[in-house]
Design a protein around this ligand. Structure first.
Ligand code: GDD
Ligand code: MG
Length: 369
């Protein structure tokens, strides 16, 4: 790559939908993966790949990003491009045109993706083909939730279709939300309005023969749905913390049973006869009572889980309070600051909005406001 200065634009705005109850105190891009904000993982990966400068495109909760990352973080210069209203996935890139400049190709990333892709490889592939845009591609079982491509032998994308119905998907190679773009791209994005890069820009580039794909393997997950977010944390545990990890000032009663992999944050307490794991991440300063059973779940920081409660396959928000003898199951989300009273059962797919108090059991998928 010689002496070029590689820049990366990160899309860090927009609103998560399904995970909304957990976005009270942090945007989706800052959700913890292994108790560390997703954006920290991304910045670290970019710095490792030789990126020098990152432009965060932000709208909602812009200050949260600015306070946390300032002007310099992870060895990268950080700049901000603020939108007054959300500009979707292409508009923010156009808006950052001046900060990006026209000298070199640059990286552009969806901020809600957890991956260990070597960005350098993607840049090299872009250089080789001379494309206007190269998109990182990942093979999945169900492509219908993503952008899907039809790829030619030589790596050219013949067709790009955003979220096709399952039977209409041209392949199971999907847009991983990571691109290298050459400055000509600015000519393809209209100015001053929201633009979807997937609907308006990529199909046109494909028709012009200017869009290429680069397939990779390894870790990749878009944390958009609760099950994906749980999966991202499972991948983290399997890859980086197989033997588990204990924070500082943790207090476990001697008869707590830990089934690895489990990550326990700083200042966590866990009462006697509780069984934790496998695949559990517990945020800092959370307090867990006795006889509690937790598997395949994420508990955010400062939550309280009282005695004899069981949590399986769920996500519990920051400062949530879960009473005694509560049962929370598959794909439930308990929003930040919510309260679940004693003896309540929440089965499959119940979402509890932030600060909501739940006094009665809910046995079918529902959203409790
Ligand atoms: N700055 C800014 N402004 N960022 C935004 C905006 C906006 O108005 N809207 C969305 N974003 C950010 C989101 O925070 C996210 O990081 C990224 O853009 C993509 O938006 P999502 O809403 O998460 O899109 P998606 O997951 O449904 O689909 C996209 O990602 C898939 C892969 O993860 C598409 O790019 C698909 O083609 C792709 O397969
Ligand atoms: Mg997404």
């Amino acid at each position: 790559m010689g002496s070029m200065r590689l820049k990366a634009v990160i899309l860090a705005g927009g609103f998560g939908t399904r995970l909304r109850p957990l976005t009270c105190t942090r945007p989706k891009i800052l959700f913890p993966i292994g108790n560390r904000p997703l954006l920290d993982w991304t910045l670290e990966g970019l710095a490792r790949s030789g990126v020098e400068e990152v432009i965060l495109t932000v709208n909602y909760m812009a200050e949260t990003f600015m306070q946390r990352y300032g002007e310099f973080s992870h060895g990268l210069r950080i700049r901000y491009s603020r939108e007054k209203r959300p500009l979707k996935t292409g508009g923010p890139i156009k808006r950052a045109e001046e900060l990006i400049g026209h000298e070199e190709a640059f990286l552009a990333l969806n901020g809600d993706v957890f991956t260990n892709l070597d960005y350098r490889r993607l840049v090299e592939s872009h250089r080789r083909s001379g494309a206007t845009a190269t998109i990182a591609l990942y093979r999945v079982d169900d492509p219908s939730r993503y952008g899907v491509v039809e790829l030619a032998e030589d790596g050219r994308v013949m067709r790009f279709v955003e979220k096709p119905p399952p039977e209409a998907a041209p392949s199971n190679l999907v847009n991983a939300g990571i691109y290298v773009l050459s400055p000509e791209i600015f000519g393809y994005i209209p100015e001053g309005r929201p633009v979807s890069i997937e609907h308006e820009v990529f199909p046109r580039l494909a028709r012009d023969g200017r869009l290429y794909g680069y397939e990779f393997e390894g870790l990749w997950v878009d944390i958009g749905l609760p099950e994906d977010y749980l999966e991202a944390n499972r991948l983290f545990l399997d890859t980086y913390a197989k033997g588990g990890w204990l924070g500082k000032d943790v207090h476990l009663e001697p008869d707590v049973e830990i089934v690895q992999p489990v990550l326990i944050g700083n200042g966590v307490t866990i009462g006697g006869k509780s069984k934790i794991g496998p695949y559990v991440v517990i945020g800092d300063h959370t307090s867990i009572g006795q006889g509690v059973c937790i598997t395949n779940s994420i508990i955010f920081a400062d939550a309280v889980v009282a005695d004899f409660t069981s949590i399986r396959g769920a996500i519990i928000g920051e400062n949530a309070i879960i009473g005694r003898w509560v049962k929370i199951e598959d794909r439930c989300i308990v929003g930040d600051h919510a309260i679940i009273l004693d003896n309540v059962t929440l089965t499959r797919g119940v979402t509890v909005c932030p600060s909501k108090e739940v006094a009665e059991s809910v046995l079918t998928p529902a959203r409790l406001m």
